[in-house]
Unconditional design. Structure first.
Length: 332
């Protein structure tokens, strides 16, 4: 036993000696409740370190498959110096978003979610850890980048925005979920599916109820690249004809082998015109589509021209079994 442990034990006995019987009983009750609460926490099944350039993030996969990033890790990776536990208590903004300059750039949905940390047990040392849903990391980075672009940051905060930019670019390469699976070793434990099983999991047997799967930001960024006004004047739902071909190329042809022809085959059998994503399953197809779209939207934001975007997509998300560059010539 080291001196520190001995000192704590002595201090604990001294405090207990000063308590009344009622206070000792209450203290014991609280200790039992704390142990029960800790025992009820999900224990990370996989843990690891996600490296993006020179930045490193502690990450984990929970028993329900949720991927999380240590909130302290996000604070450190962004280069924010803060004494004590920077995870932030429930009901408060975490340190990496608790800056007055950021307030106008944090939307209500993000604020609500980040105020409730994901508490879990670190399987390495069995200690409580505070996590951030991995899917929210790009949104956190985007808050800093929007504040930077609006010139709302002080000079001392600009290095944080630079780190946010580095993280954002790193995440665009594969997608946060795939990166965490690789960093934690979770990918080795996932079942290896044959093509037929992948297609069965991705493509629904019956038409899915319509869901607004493609975010407005996807179309907004495409319109920007092609110098088209957004939203379109007169009819906000109007989309140029070439967007359908572009979506097939950058989305459906790249999220699973032979998925695009299978979706087209399913859609062609429908009596009414249906969107391709309505034939995706909710348990795997739709989540994978949303994950892929998140990466594509990031690439759109990082691109200056259509050709720049094409090159980025071919590099980051090549079509299965093909290495050539895409042809996105506009077709009306």
């Amino acid at each position: 036993m080291n001196d520190d442990a001995t000192g704590k034990a002595i201090g604990g006995k001294a405090r207990a000696a000063k308590m009344t019987p009622e206070e000792r009983k209450e203290s014991s009750r609280k200790a039992v409740e704390a142990r029960k609460a800790k025992a009820s926490l999900p224990k990370a099944s996989h843990i690891g370190v996600l490296k993006l350039g020179e930045l490193a993030l502690q990450c984990a996969v929970l028993p329900d498959g949720k991927r999380v990033i240590s909130r302290n890790g996000v604070t450190v990776a962004l280069g924010i110096v803060k004494g004590g536990n920077s995870a932030g208590a429930g009901g408060e903004l975490p340190v990496f978003l608790a800056h007055k300059a950021l307030k106008p750039f944090i939307d209500a949905d993000l604020e609500e979610v980040v105020k409730s940390p994901i508490v879990y047990l670190d399987s390495k040392n069995n200690s409580e850890a505070y996590g951030l849903d991995a899917a929210l990391l790009p949104k956190v980075c985007e808050v800093w980048l929007r504040a930077r672009d609006a010139k709302a940051l002080q000079d001392r905060q600009l290095p944080i925005a630079i780190n946010a930019d580095i993280l954002m670019r790193g995440l665009a390469q594969v997608g946060i979920i795939a990166l965490i699976d690789e960093a934690t070793g979770y990918q080795r434990d996932r079942e290896k599916d044959a093509l037929a099983k992948i297609l069965e999991a991705f493509v629904a047997k019956e038409l899915q109820p319509w869901l607004k799967t493609f975010p407005d930001e996807y179309y907004k960024q495409i319109f920007r690249l092609y110098d088209l006004p957004y939203p379109p004047a007169g009819k906000s739902s109007w989309r140029p004809g070439f967007i359908g071909k572009l979506t097939n190329e950058v989305v459906y042809a790249r999220i699973a082998p032979e998925l695009l022809p299978e979706l087209k085959k399913a859609a062609s059998r429908a009596q009414k015109k249906a969107r391709l994503h309505q034939w995706l399953t909710e348990d795997l197809g739709h989540p994978k589509l949303r994950e892929h779209l998140s990466s594509i939207v990031t690439l759109l934001k990082l691109s200056r021209t259509p050709d720049d975007f094409k090159e980025k997509v071919d590099m980051i998300h090549p079509r299965f079994g093909q290495t050539y560059l895409m042809d996105f010539e506009e077709q009306e």
